[in-house]
Design a protein around this ligand. Structure first.
Ligand code: FPP
Length: 252
């Protein structure tokens, strides 16, 4: 299991997370946690006659820009889905490129977060990840451990179902009684323990799928799909996502 993170700006009550998750900014509510499904790197490159790896390079370089747009608007937590457990079925050369480039560039990326007092965390299974990538992830977590206001969560080697299976196994192993099992005891065992629920689930490139992403954490999230490929996401795209989130507040 991942080490638990300190709770980010703890809410005053444990209930009503959807209400607590919002922060007022001018005339609209800013989501506290945006979870991105960064989709379309490959298509962005292919459309330009470039190799898919070029799309991943531009996509990677665009992450900080998008994150800064969000933090500037008042968002506290950004989760970016970089690699799912299903992605290991991709061609070996692409897997190799993603893992090598993560190992090579992650620390530089995280130093930029550190300079802005943003905490880095990793969500996902450590099992299949190369040792070299895990070392860099651990160093990044350590470097930014003291920051508490804003979080960048890299979702790497993640499967929502695997996460929930691990929670179930842990509860069985302890063991917990049926009465002890609650949303609170499940929340405390998730890989994202300590983070607020997802308010806005934002997918780029037009695909209308959840892709096994943050299944428990997104139970009350608003889903926004934007047609732009990830390397081209603009501030206007983010603004539209937040507008659509505001439009749908209170719809449950
Ligand atoms: C989605 O595009 C993107 C990925 C699967 C890889 C994203 C990973 C990174 C950018 C690495 C992050 C590393 C650091 C250092 C922060 P796609 O390949 O699914 O695009 P497609 O749907 O058009 O094929």
């Amino acid at each position: 299991m991942q080490p638990m993170v300190q709770r980010i700006n703890p809410p005053t009550h444990e209930k009503s997370t959807r209400t607590l998750a919002r922060r007022q900014c001018s005339d609209r509510i800013i989501p506290r946690h945006i979870a991105f499904i960064m989709d379309g790197n490959g298509r962005w490159a292919t459309m330009r006659g470039l190799q898919r790896s070029v799309g991943h390079k531009y996509g990677r370089e665009h992450i900080l820009t998008v994150a800064e747009m969000c933090y500037d608007l008042g968002v506290q937590v950004i989760s970016c889905f970089a690699w799912s457990t299903e992605n290991w079925n991709r061609p070996p050369a692409e897997i190799d490129y993603i893992m090598r480039s993560t190992e090579k560039h992650l620390l530089r990326f995280v130093h930029q977060l550190h300079a802005k007092k943003i905490r880095f965390m990793h969500t996902g299974s450590r099992h299949e990840l190369p040792e070299s990538v895990l070392r860099v992830i651990d160093a990044a977590v350590e470097l930014t451990r003291s920051h508490t206001e804003r979080v960048f969560n890299l979702v790497l080697n993640y499967s929502g179902r695997t996460e929930l299976l691990e929670v179930a196994r842990q509860m069985l192993a302890q063991p917990l009684t049926a009465e002890e099992i609650s949303e609170t005891t499940i929340n405390a065992r998730l890989w994202t323990a300590g983070l607020p629920d997802v308010d806005l689930l934002f997918r780029s490139s037009g695909e209308q799928r959840i892709s096994n992403y943050m299944l428990w954490q997104s139970a009350h999230a608003h889903l926004h799909v934007c047609n732009t490929y990830w390397p081209m996401i603009t501030k206007q795209d983010i603004e539209q996502g937040i507008e659509s989130y505001n439009h749908n507040l209170g719809q449950e």
